[in-house]
Design a binder for this molecule. Structure first.
Ligand SMILES: *[C@@H]1O[C@H](CO)[C@@H](O)[C@H](O)[C@H]1NC(C)=O
Length: 251
């Protein structure tokens, strides 16, 4: 089971009064539905990433470098060879400024969007707490954690409805069907203070975790992906509430 506590900005920003609608921010270009639509989305997104990453109070989203998630909790009760309870606190994700959109499939008729991003190096600095077993070997620890993902490819899949708010059509994202899929070319972890600081045990376990990184990614990945997904949906929710559909998509 995965439990999350998002950084306070989402909560803070959400209590603001609805201030009516806003036009598309100047750093995003409107795309016209037609043969060039998805290429236009890729270009406008990639051109905007360096600006978007700095955050925009007017559009109620925070800076993303780093992106901070207060708590990611993964609990596991099974007796599998890899079963761990993991908590990552104050998790700072850096490297998102180098993200590139490589694929877009925005279907206005099906009200469906799929975007694929590549991040050359995603680094997570956090405080970790874990216990359980990794490949049958007992593991526990509590301390600073440093996690690096090589070239993660992240696919965001979204469905939406069009809803009328004060006479204007707005995109409303369907949260239940939102998916975030990922793969990576490598995973490296450095966890300080494993086994209460026992050097020999820590060294062996870190070697095993890094050697068997694919198994480790299966254990940690869903929690991390869920964290990123909730942040993305939270931000898109704000933007699509503020910006009417006709400002985003030109038929
Ligand atoms: C995770 O924590 C729960 C509740 O404390 C416990 O029942 C379970 O055995 C733990 N799982 C592992 C793999 O240690």
């Amino acid at each position: 089971m995965i439990k999350l506590l998002l950084s306070s900005f989402v909560i803070l920003f959400a209590v603001y009064e609805q201030v009516g609608t806003l036009p598309l921010p100047s750093y995003l270009k409107i795309c016209h539905v037609g043969p060039e639509f998805n290429d236009c989305i890729i270009k406008t997104t990639n051109d905007a990433i360096p600006t978007v990453i700095k955050g925009d109070r007017k559009y109620r989203y925070p800076p993303f470098n780093p992106l901070v998630i207060e708590k990611i909790e993964v609990t596991e009760n099974s007796k599998k060879s890899i079963a761990m309870n993991v908590t990552l606190s104050d998790a700072k994700f850096s490297g998102l400024d180098k993200a590139k959109m490589i694929k877009s499939n925005f279907d206005v008729n099906k009200k469906h969007m799929e975007f694929v991003f590549i991040i050359p190096k995603l680094v997570i600095d956090c405080h970790y707490k874990l216990n359980g077993q990794f490949l049958i070997v007992p593991i526990f620890g509590d301390g600073p954690g440093h996690i690096v993902l090589d070239n993660p490819e992240i696919t965001v899949v979204l469905d939406y409805n069009l809803v009328n708010r004060k006479g204007e059509e707005h995109i409303s994202i369907i949260k239940e069907t939102t998916q975030l899929k990922y793969k990576a070319e490598g995973l490296h972890v450095d966890l300080k203070n494993l086994f209460n600081g026992d050097e020999a045990l820590s060294k062996n376990m870190l070697a095993s975790l890094n050697e068997n990184w694919k198994e480790l990614l299966n254990a940690l990945g869903p929690g991390i992906a869920d964290g990123i997904k909730q942040v993305i949906v939270g931000i898109l929710d704000e933007l699509t509430t503020l910006i009417p559909y006709k400002e985003i998509v030109q038929q």
